[in-house]
Design a protein around this ligand. Structure first.
Ligand code: SF4
Length: 471
């Protein structure tokens, strides 16, 4: 019986079985950022421990960094203090800090792949839920808590339960105007936010085979929103071509040797899965969330569902969502007025996300509707640089968007980019939880970047296929 990539990589990295029944897993790459690391470093200091493998540990700042200007010191003294602490910890423990000064800063899940740090067959850990993003390369990538960040810093290992594996196959052709974001929102809608608990998700089928690495990252990023501990796509030629020549990718003969290993980690054709789910690409439309979890969504042509279509044990949460969002069941999602439009985040803050929007803005000549605040926030300084080199910053600005510096920005609003009051935001990010975007009463609608742009120029939720004549 063959093995899945998850089984192979997990077994290769298992140091030993612990008395608890968990496995001690060797971590190949540890990514660190300013929010979840200070306490972990403090715990190391208290115990007089060192970082065991500083050469396998990389840090950057993303959550708290302002996007209007990155000039130091930041106006927010707490943000400034967090960054000073990160810089001090990196210096003391010999960790490479991917800094704004060097032009290497960005959202941790954007820069890992961008620099070639993320590679197939790796185990990757980071003190951030959306570490699952890196699974796009065929890595087992795990979001961890602060005490686990401490454990990985001190031992380069993590205590982990072995997961079950669910293979999710999406086959066929996506219709024009349907993007990777729609695919993952559709999957989460079908399987639920708890559906993946205890599982790793393996994404397979012709849709994922054809996807670019950036599209695969969008999908894997939101695995955690479907309850899965991680998600991955088997590495293939697309993966290898993306990685070739990047700063931390093996070069020359070492690349060929790495390629042989990467190939060997692919799931075997006769691999056994704990579950297999099949979906048809043709069934997927542009998706918009209407509620307070990423599963509470509808096709843009649809209506906010009635309570009666949900199982009894979900109805309390559904009614809470209607109340919080101020939406009536049975009403159309299209036409809901938006106050803010945000394009960015580790889900959709990569070059191709912005490039796709630029093509539609250019072709249509549409501008942001007066009264809508529209933000474009690149996921990294490198993405920002490429956008400027392509002249896309000007396209966005001429269309009425604010073109900002790199960071997490309004995805979590730990910086000044926040909703005000009950503002409704069309957002390309990954979470629509209550208060997620900085205002305790602010409301978030998740959708693809092109759908966000359509909402920005229409002033309301709109079908991007109609707004931009996508056929
Ligand atoms: S962009 Fe959002 S989800 Fe991604 S790392 Fe930053 S805060 Fe977390």
């Amino acid at each position: 019986m063959g093995k899945s990539l998850y089984q192979k990589v997990f077994e290769q990295h298992t140091v030993r079985e612990l008395p608890s029944g968990q496995c001690q897993l060797l971590i190949g790459l540890h990514l660190v950022h300013e929010v979840t690391s200070p306490q972990a470093f403090a715990m190391l200091r208290e115990r007089g421990l060192r970082v065991l493998h500083p050469e396998r540990t990389f840090a950057t700042c993303d959550h708290i960094i302002p996007t209007k200007s990155q000039l130091r010191p930041f106006a927010d003294s707490m943000a400034e203090q967090m960054l000073v602490e990160l810089e001090r910890n990196c210096e003391q423990y010999g960790i490479r800090y991917l800094s704004p000064q060097q032009g290497e800063q960005g959202i941790v899940h954007v820069i890992g792949p961008e620099l070639g740090l993320t590679q197939p067959g790796m185990t990757i850990a980071c003190g951030d839920s959306h570490t699952s993003t890196h699974g796009a390369f065929g890595a087992i990538a795990l979001g961890i808590g602060t005490s686990q960040v401490r454990d990985v810093l001190a031992t380069q290992t993590l205590a982990m339960d072995k997961l079950k594996v669910r293979r999710i196959e999406v086959d066929g052709e996506l219709r024009p105007g349907v993007y990777a974001k729609d695919v993952i929102l559709y999957i989460i809608n079908r399987l639920g936010v708890q559906g993946g608990v205890g599982y790793a998700y393996e994404y397979a089928g012709s849709v994922f085979d054809r996807f670019s690495m950036e599209e695969r990252m969008t999908v894997c990023n939101m695995s955690i929103e479907g309850g899965a501990r991680c998600g991955y796509v088997n590495p293939d030629r697309t993966t290898y071509e993306y990685l070739r020549g990047r700063e931390f990718t093996p070069q020359g003969g070492a690349f060929e040797r790495a390629l042989a290993y990467w190939d060997s980690t692919r799931s075997d054709p006769d691999a056994r899965y704990d579950d297999v789910v099949r979906m048809a690409a043709a069934d997927i439309e542009p998706v918009v969330t209407w509620g307070i979890t990423p599963a509470q969504s509808t096709p843009v042509s649809g209506t906010i569902p009635e309570t009666s279509v949900f199982p009894a044990d979900e109805r309390g949460l559904i009614e809470e969502a209607y109340r919080y969002m101020g939406f009536e069941p049975g009403t159309r999602i299209a036409g809901k007025k938006v106050d803010v439009a945000f394009i960015g985040s580790c889900t959709n803050g990569r070059f191709s996300d912005f490039e796709e929007v630029v093509q539609h803005l250019r072709r249509s000549g549409r501008r942001v509707k007066p009264g809508v605040r529209a933000l474009v926030v690149p996921g990294s300084q490198q993405v920002r640089k490429r956008l400027i080199e392509a002249g896309y910053d000007k396209v966005f600005e001429q269309a009425g968007f604010e073109f900002r510096e790199a960071g997490c920005s309004m995805c979590l609003a730990m910086n000044p980019d926040q909703l005000v009051g009950r503002e409704l935001c069309a957002s390309s990010s990954n979470r629509n939880f209550k208060g997620r975007q900085g205002s305790p009463t602010g409301r978030t609608l998740l959708m693809s970047p092109v759908m966000v742009a359509a909402a920005a120029v229409s002033g309301e939720v709109a079908d991007a296929r109609e707004v931009f004549s996508i056929a």
